[in-house]
Design a protein around this ligand. Sequence first.
Ligand code: AMP
Length: 141
Amino acid sequence: MQTPAYDTDNIFAKILRGEMPCFKVYEDDTVLAFMDIMPRGEGHCLVIPKAACRNMLDASPETISHVHQAAQKVAHAALEVFRADGITIQQFNEDAGGQEVYHYHVHVIPRHEGKRMGPAGVMGDMEAIKANGEKLAGVLN
Ligand code: AMP
């Protein structure tokens, strides 16, 4: 299978261009991290590259490295802020791989002992997401 071309109108590209809002938790020259609006756990956030790529399959090694280094940074912050016991990292590639938004992204999901991850696709409480984003941003910036 050949990876399809990058679509510049995807939601995360719009967030990067400032055309759509997000609850930002971290940003540097190469990546942006923001809260997932359908969180599968308290503090669920996403790390995306500023480089235009669809997923891991067309990302450069440098971009993959930047995204995962930032994911590690966010994960450490989440462990502290949410007193998490662990972190689940998820990353989906293409439709068959579970991908829904076609701009490369890594999910960082704080986990607590004995607590299952929530369902996908359920809109979260925006006030709670905003508050969690502010907590994370507070230790990351
Ligand atoms: P996937 O491509 O399967 O990794 O899923 C895309 C993820 O992006 C899902 O977890 C959605 O909840 C999340 N998502 C979609 N739109 C937005 C948005 N505007 N802001 C934050 N998260 C989003």
